[in-house]
Design a binder for this molecule. Structure first.
Ligand SMILES: [Zn+2]
Length: 167
């Protein structure tokens, strides 16, 4: 008897689900960000992960492992943006503001952005690289989205496992 007898078989792979550009986009939940017209990301092209700030959270790592293991994605672009609500605000302020209506301050890390895009993106790309959950050789790109012009500027690139960020 196999010790694997209780593990259900994997579903047949459905290649139609593999993102055509083998790309994962991580960006903010901000309603103004239009990935389709800016990055030409159409349905079928990429996995799109969005959260407050476009930060690398545990849940982003969870999604990335699934994306790379089952759907062959091999590059990740992290996009922060101008006018982000998580810029120039402190965790304590957010907790206090939310606590006014919740009754008590939420004990959460809201992961506010650092002082500059450069610093925030560097921190997020390093977090991806250091996590041990992203495949070596994966290309990481850090970029800024301008919500006024809808243009994206690439600030840095890093390859997982190579130990440096190129600006
Ligand atoms: Zn934002």
């Amino acid at each position: 008897m196999s010790s694997n007898q209780d593990i259900p078989p994997r579903l047949d792979r459905d290649d139609a689900r593999v993102p055509a550009r083998r790309l994962v986009v991580l960006t903010c939940m901000d309603a103004r960000i239009d990935l389709r017209s800016t990055l030409d990301v159409k349905p079928g092209d990429a996995h799109v992960l969005r959260n407050a700030g476009g930060r690398v959270t545990e849940d982003v790592l969870r999604a990335l492992v699934l994306s790379q293991t089952y759907m062959d994605t091999r590059s990740v672009i992290v996009i922060h943006h101008t006018g982000c609500g998580l810029a120039q605000i402190a965790n304590e302020t957010i907790r206090a503001d939310a606590g006014l209506s919740l009754g008590m301050p939420p004990a959460l890390d809201f992961m506010p952005l650092e002082a500059t895009f450069e610093a925030s993106l560097t921190a997020d790309l390093e977090r991806l690289d250091a996590s041990g959950h992203v495949l070596p050789g994966t290309l990481l790109t850090g970029a800024v989205y301008d919500v006024a012009t809808h243009r994206v500027e690439i600030l840095m690139k890093r390859t997982v496992g190579r130990g440096r960020t190129d600006h």
